[in-house]
Design a protein around this ligand. Structure first.
Ligand code: UDX
Length: 450
């Protein structure tokens, strides 16, 4: 099947490479000449495990190509996927659909033969209707169906998620288009991936509702973590006890510094807007957005606590800068708000990230960048783990302690055990853990709290 993917960003590139790997003939089109040139050379514009190899091998075997020319690529395609960005619009937080609509206008004159236009970008309910209207207005003669097929890829695990999805959602009301989509995803039937056929509007809403629900789950456990700290309970024990209930499930119950990334922050705000615009306010999601925003900066308070309130003049090492491991993406990363807050408090920040240092430099220029966690810890009064990279899970604690001016570790992802760190002579602070000195007497704390 011939597929043209418009937009060689995260979603477009991963989807294009994976469809090519299934055996389809894929052309990824992007306006960014530099990006297309780099892709043709086999260089990746983003870091995603496995993507480089997948792109190179499929390009070599002639199934994946890159172009800046939309016209020819659309004319030949049976499926045209719109995978351009829908960033938050400045001012009101609504998803900016100008790129999506611009693509619809551009592809309309080129469509030939029955063509399925698939909207993969995350878009508000009704966008598919508008894309269809734009195309039909420009080309009343075109034989076209517009489908919503949201992606649920996680950065850092995108290829695995694409090839082993929990579900594939296909929203359309056209039987021929449904058959084309079934053919497109046929290789995944073998992996028994459930394909859910819905109406187009439902598919559009599923994506937002799923992301908002996951963001709510994280925010819920983050607030429970705050409560744990007051009551002397351990949030990891609480999350495990809660998550073992099958109706709840254990995933996305890891307390931390707040969610970041390219999806949750943008999609929750956009969903809030959709709710308000349609007189169906989503008060839970509104609260999630507010709580999460405050949380990222509030993590600096934890660092201050570990330093007995004195951040001014102190050197703080921060390791893990990207919004999650296995990506170089700094968008809405909690490290940005945290580091800025520490600097506002008069602290000097050194930082290290295994992959995202270049991106971090753009977001956080006034930071001393170090090439390893140990050099980052050198002479630091405190070390903060913000992102749970595998590389940080088994640090040489002796070496770390020796390097630091004071052995203070603030672990915002709970990847270490408090008792172990304290045994090594560290002052240790996790998230949702009993307070520093109260480890052994949670019951007394509980009693006094009651
Ligand atoms: C998310 C969705 O998971 C994916 O389905 C959607 O298509 C795009 O958005 P992504 O943003 O790549 O994917 O990462 P994800 O693993 O979901 O993490 C998002 C944020 O939540 C990260 O900042 C992460 O650290 C945080 N998180 C996640 C937690 O704080 N606790 C958790 O338990 C899980």
């Amino acid at each position: 099947m011939r597929i043209t993917v418009v937009g060689a960003g995260y979603v477009g590139l991963v989807s294009g490479a994976c469809f090519a790997d299934f055996g389809h003939q894929v052309t990824c089109v992007d306006k960014d000449v530099g990006k297309i040139r780099a892709l043709k050379r086999g260089d990746m514009p983003i870091y995603e495990p496995g993507l480089l190899e997948l792109v190179r091998s499929n390009a070599r075997e002639g199934r994946l190509s890159f172009s800046t020319f939309l016209a020819g690529a659309v004319k030949r395609a049976e499926v045209v996927m719109i995978a351009v960005g829908t960033p938050s619009r400045r001012g009101d937080g609504c998803a900016d659909l100008s790129y999506v609509y611009a693509v619809a206008r551009e592809i309309a004159p080129r469509i030939s033969g029955f063509t399925v236009v698939v909207v993969k970008s995350t878009v508000p309910v009704g966008t598919g209707d508008e894309v269809e209207r734009i195309i039909r207005e420009a080309r009343p003669d075109a034989d076209v169906a517009v489908v919503s097929n949201p992606e649920f890829l996680r950065e850092g695990a995108a290829i695995r998620d694409f090839k082993h999805p929990d579900r594939i959602v296909i929203g359309c009301e056209d039987e021929r288009a449904r058959q084309v989509m079934a053919e497109l995803y046929r290789p995944l039937y073998i992996n028994a991936a459930p394909i859910l056929g819905t109406r187009r509007r439902a598919a559009e809403l599923i994506k937002y509702a799923a992301n908002a629900f996951l963001a709510t789950k994280i925010t819920f456990i983050n607030e429970i973590a705050d409560l744990c700290e007051k009551l002397g309970a351990d949030v990891q024990e609480v999350a495990r006890g809660v998550g073992l209930d099958n109706r709840i499930g254990s995933k996305f119950l890891h307390a931390g510094p707040g969610f970041g990334g390219s999806c949750f922050p943008k999609d929750t705000v956009a969903l809030v807007k959709i709710g308000q615009d349609n007189q169906a306010p989503l008060r839970i999601v509104e609260t999630v957005v507010a709580v999460n925003d405050q949380r990222k900066r509030a993590m600096a308070g934890k660092v201050a606590l570990a330093l007995d309130g004195a951040v001014r003049g102190k050197t703080i090492g921060v390791i893990g800068l990207t919004f999650k491991p296995n990506t170089d993406d700094m968008r809405e990363a909690p490290s940005i708000a945290l580091i800025t807050a520490l600097q506002d408090m008069g602290g000097k920040v050194k930082a290290h990230d295994p992959i995202g240092m270049e991106q971090a430099k753009a977001a956080l220029p006034d930071v001393i960048y170090c090439d390893s966690p140990y050099s980052c810890a050198e002479n630091a009064d405190a070390l903060v783990i913000v992102t749970e990279w595998e590389q940080f899970r088994a640090l040489d604690l002796g070496r770390l302690k020796q390097a630091m001016a004071r052995p203070v570790l603030i672990d915002l992802r709970n990847i270490y055990r408090a008792d172990e760190l304290r045994k090594h002579g560290f002052r240790y602070l996790g998230v949702g853990k009993p307070p520093l000195e109260a480890d052994s007497r949670p019951t007394e704390l509980l009693r006094s709290a009651l």
